[in-house]
Design a protein around this ligand. Structure first.
Ligand code: PGA
Length: 261
């Protein structure tokens, strides 16, 4: 069974004191659910401070982006070398970065390769726009994004990746995809592409998250889907109680499923 993951993407929110307070709240409410991997992704400036808060509990840290070069004349950027040892995960190719900061399939792939080379686990984001969705282009578009992210990677590297399917129209809108819609893309497109390129066994080992307006009310229905292994949570991860509720619901669901097996 794939270990479920609840990853909180805090985006450009929180000052350092606010991030510390949120992390403390999460430690208090979410530290006991060890059958769920809990990852929080604060802004770069808050990482060190949050790291000292979560140091003693089993909550992992992720960054929200990264440059591919180890160092150099890239004003304002953060390198994999800087993140090594500080975080375990790094979100790459989030649609907000693709939309507002000109990230392309090619740069996302370079970042994926760099992250892996430095022992960081990428959470690779893919997802279509509303127009693409309405034009029936979801499968083709998301399939291309997945393939591009995988370019040049060997099976061992692919086995370490986490994917997040996040339809752009569902992010921050309160209009989540239906669990069935999300499952369809996670299964047929993301896992399907992995299967086609790397075989059944490897495809089955990779975790795929859904992201886009998830919350404590809808998380169970997403987590009941066979090919959805977790969530990348924006808004609902900014409150300790709603994030912890999503962790608890997932933990209880997986505990029940484990008993049935
Ligand atoms: P949301 O964001 O949960 O606020 O929709 C998800 C994301 O962008 O990762």
């Amino acid at each position: 069974m794939r270990v479920p993951m609840m990853a909180g993407n805090w985006k450009m929110n929180q000052t350092i004191p606010e991030a510390i307070a949120l992390a403390r709240g999460i430690c208090e409410l979410a530290s006991e659910y060890d059958n769920v991997e809990r990852v929080i992704c604060p802004s770069f400036v808050c990482l060190s401070a949050v790291r000292s808060v979560v140091a003693d509990v089993s909550i992992l840290l992720g960054a929200q982006n990264m440059h591919w070069a180890d160092r150099g004349p890239y004003t304002g950027e953060i390198s994999p070398t800087m993140l090594e040892g500080l975080v375990q995960y790094v979100i790459l190719g989030h649609s907000e970065r693709r939309q507002h900061f000109c990230e392309t399939d090619e740069t996302v792939n370079r970042k994926v390769q760099a992250a892996l080379a430095h022992g960081l686990t990428p959470i690779v984001c893919v997802g279509e726009s509303l127009e693409q969705n309405q034009a029936g282009e979801t499968y083709a578009f998301v399939g291309r994004q997945v393939r591009a992210a995988l370019e040049g990677l060997g099976p061992e590297q692919v086995g370490q990746l986490v994917f997040a399917y996040e339809p752009i129209w569902a992010i921050g809108t309160g209009r989540a995809a239906t669990p069935e819609q999300a499952e369809e893309v996670c299964s047929n497109v993301v896992r399907g592409t992995l299967r086609e390129l790397y075989g059944h066994e490897l495809a089955e080992a990779v975790r795929i998250l859904y992201g886009g307006s998830t919350n404590p009310d809808n998380i169970q229905a997403f987590m009941e889907q066979p090919d959805i292994d977790g969530a990348l949570i924006g808004g609902a991860s900014l409150k300790a109680d709603s994030y912890a509720a999503m962790v608890r619901i997932t933990s209880e669901l997986y505990a029940r499923q484990a008993q049935q097996e």
